[in-house]
Write a protein that binds this ligand. Sequence first.
Ligand SMILES: *Cc1c(COP(=O)(O)O)cnc(C)c1O
Length: 374
Amino acid sequence: MESKIWLSSPHMSGKEQSYINNAFETNWIAPLGPHVSGFESDIQNYLQEYRQVAALSSGTAAIHLSLILLGVTNGDEVICQSKTFSASANPIVYLGATPVFVDSEASTWNMCPEQLENAIKDRLEKGKKPKAIIAVHLYGMPYQVDEIHRIAERYDIPVIEDSAEAFGSHYNNRKCGTFGEFAILSFNGNKIITTSGGGALVTNSLKMKERAIFLATQAREKAVEYLHEAIGYNYRLSNVLAGIGRGQIQVLDDRVKARRRNFETYASELRDIEELTFNTEPDGFYSNRWLTAVLTPSEDVREGIRNALDQQNIESRPLWKPMHQQPVFKDAPNYLNGVSDELFHRGLCLPSGSNLSENELDRVISAIKMYFRV
Ligand SMILES: *Cc1c(COP(=O)(O)O)cnc(C)c1O
């Protein structure tokens, strides 16, 4: 059996180890320390646009705190892109609020502006104004930023920008992670850069950053005896892991280049197979191509390719099953147009790691060509 090819695996730069050693030598083995604030500055410098960053234990934690900072509580409604990973929506439920799912449009596969406006109007008619909108740059492709934010502003609803998969992507030369009232990043093991587990909350307000860090460190008031006036969380990033992040962020742009090269290779090597299509970037959109996904004619073909790859010890995965189809969210209201269902049935994510070798890419491409007998 040939070696396993993963969908997306960690890719260290070699610069991480000295930061980890430093954490050990200085005994900063804690969810605070110089690497935590250093990593926050690194992210701020990368994003620019006067952003403030709080380093956290996960992207999920960052979404949870964003919702809390926007005042979401029991009984509220929050609009969320249906085509996403469940972590975008779960924190809504942690707070006793209800997710309202909105379908995608076909060009970016992200939140459909028309359906978003339908959803807002209908919720308003039913007497409830959504407290927030969670929009996602899925697989690294920016959502239609101008359209989504114009609608959000028209109805005065804040946007949480889920940029977990889109660090390094940009839209009209502005980096993803700088558009929402809050944005979130993830450094989970499968993301474009990783701290093994970790995330960040991004805001333009120093006050909000400080409040996020306060909540993320058990909401301890300034008193020696552990005084609490709010419910806190244990969500701060560890100094050891932040050290990994400091080594990783130095190569983020190289990782984007490598993932975009994967996309170009798949698209050009498979261009003669008429059954297969790839999503192109609309003008002004720049995707980090975190995952390359291919659209097939049907669920049968998608599964045929997936099984053919699996037999060669190659991991691939259907495009994420939309949240409105998930048993756990079956009672949530939704506003659908069929796009995310069709993408789910026809789409397949291909191995996309920045550390894939030429030989590994060849193995994937050959297996797909063999399936189509070309
Ligand atoms: C990975 C991911 C998250 C969650 O990030 P974690 O750091 O794993 O908690 C949220 N949203 C999307 C779209 C993701 O891909």
